[in-house]
Design a protein around this ligand. Sequence first.
Ligand code: PSU
Ligand code: MN
Length: 303
Amino acid sequence: MAWLKLSPEVEQALKNARPVVALESTIISHGMPYPQNLKTAQEVEAVLRGKGVVPATIGILKGVVHVGMDAEQLEALARRGLACRKVSRRDIAQVLAQKQDGATTVSATMIFAHQAGISIFVTGGIGGVHRGDASDVSADLTELGRTPMCVVCAGAKSILDLPRTLEFLETQGVCVCGYGTDDFPAFFTPTSGLPTSCRVDSPSQAAELLQKQLQVQLNSGMVLAVPVPEHLSAEGKAVEEATRTAVEESVKQNIKGNEVTPFLLKRINELTQGESLRANIALVKHNAEVGALMAVELAKLGR
Ligand code: PSU
Ligand code: MN
């Protein structure tokens, strides 16, 4: 496939059935400011490597999808930030045809990771149904319904309508599994008060669940929802207040479409004076640890 380029390291690892974990690039370009975004991207890769897992950060450069970006490519993407194109499923053909650059969201990253032969993908949080506009449903949710990939995350941010998000995932047939919990995590805080569809308590149990999901060829995905550890969680009240303000502002300023999520993330970071970003970074690295352990177990199972 001329438009899908695996880095030599990723290609080699997949050939030898060594553990590989995919990472998205929109979290770098649109999810965090420079230079924290670059540092986080590098640290997350280092966490994976430390556990013997090959990281595959996915992004689009001049119309070519790169599975496994090098240091230079990562830096260029991190520096461009919001000026970079945010690419979901609907945007893929256009960006490739017109040979543009783009950062892949959860939905687009799932597609390319799957095409490359990867089945675990680590990120911070998934998109969902927006609070300010319930007809604004992230393409991440429909993608989870149609692409066999395990997305390891800290649940979804409370910038979203979590009850509606979970209902949507149920309709899409997505397994929403809690890691050591029965309660769906709300990103900055470990609980939302809403139930997951099942639970596992170890990386090997998580790997067995994913293996079954793949064997049965459901062709839908799963979410491994990892609660943020208490000591890393953000002060719930401050973030909740900032979230409410940011959502109100987004409605008032008529922010629409794929600009809503980046707007909210940026405003909450400003309103909490960096507290939300600090927690965000810590939690992504924690997710990477869990995802890495799971990938190692999955490789042992022979997949
Ligand atoms: N949620 C976060 N951080 C992020 C995103 C979501 O806490 O960086 C990014 C991811 O790339 C996700 C995308 O796939 O936003 C969802 O955008 P939208 O809501 O426009 O579908
Ligand atoms: Mn949207």
